[in-house]
Design a protein around this ligand. Sequence first.
Ligand code: ADP
Length: 421
Amino acid sequence: MVGAIGAFVGWALGAFWLGMALVFALELARQLLNLFQFEDWLRNRNRRNPPDGSGLWGELVSQVSRLHRRKQFHKQRILALFRELRRSTASMPDGVVALNQAREIVWFNRKAAELLGLKRKTDFGLSLAGLLRVPEFTRYLQKGDFTRGVVVPPRVGESIALEFQGVPYGEGQVFLLVRDVTRQIQLERMRKDFVANASHELRSPLTVIAGYLETLALDSELPSELRPPLEEMRRQSERMTAIISDLLELSRLEASDEQVEGATIDITALMAVLRKDILAREGMIHSIDVRIESPENLRGDLGLIQSAFWNLLDNAVKYSPGGGTIVLRWWVDKQGGHFTVTDQGPGIPAEHLPRLTERFYRVDKGRARHMGGSGLGLAIVRHVLQRHGAELMISSEEGRGSTFACHFPVTRLISSTVANP
Ligand code: ADP
């Protein structure tokens, strides 16, 4: 088309090539002008209307306009979504902090800023553990086991206790939920104090009653019809004394979550004492089989560990009234040290196993009370083990017997050559 116009102009001017050159130059100038307008609009397309144009340029402008509109639409949608998300996390009652793989702060909501004293601009990119400087929390983040949360007592200059719960996501990133648990901790402390004080207060009057009952029982002039009730009263006062002394022991154990350091416990000697003491009991019909399969010893508090192991052995005897062999076993493997007590008693139905270490939980309430137990023995065992970083596991098969296992971490083991150089 342009060539034809050029040829015509050339013919009209009488100079063919001059006409052609002139028309092509004009066409080039027009295209350049279009290109310039197009580029100018692209640069300022938010403020300018698209240039008028037909043909190829018009098509190009409308294509770009459409793409631009679509992009604007998605951008607005994402922005609205983001604002919505920010508004909803800001109104959450819990604090949320997003951490990257290096455990640096990527983002946090308003509540987290309030609870942790974070400042929006300056604290992004900083290490949260470094900011808080609480050893329990640093260990929690380093360990990376987020199945449970961690409670951090009030920090220096602060009055609130916090609970952190990590939620891993993506590739090594973590969402940290932060809650103010000051009230729960206060209530828990009040409950513990109450139990400790009540037990303490009850102990003295009970000692007096038990003392009189003892004296009365020894009185030879006591009418014979009074003997059975008096004997029963004496037995019950003994039970109450046992319950109160167990409650006090539990309160002492609960007073701190700190791990006990302790010293080397000679496992062979401890097993020998347990065996001797239980066999010395009146009316013992069980045989005790001690199996020490590893030479390693345990690091812990001898008094606490002895009372925990004794509790398990005492239960094994109490709850297998038909007799049989009770096996005490100690061995060490890659996971740590293990102490187990296995009896050949009637066993425990599976549904009771998860609740057995709760205070006053008994499988057969009537029978267990009759046996004289306080119902606190296994709760005490669990606490003693917790203070040693250890765990109590119970397995049982009805009709065949039960095994109570204490699993100690490797860090609690002491090789016998070090213990007895
Ligand atoms: P208790 O003072 O009643 O013995 P524990 O806390 O020591 O309290 O034990 C809780 C309950 O667990 C017991 O009442 C009993 O029902 C059950 N139990 C504990 N050890 C055994 C065992 N070796 N075999 C069967 N049942 C057991």
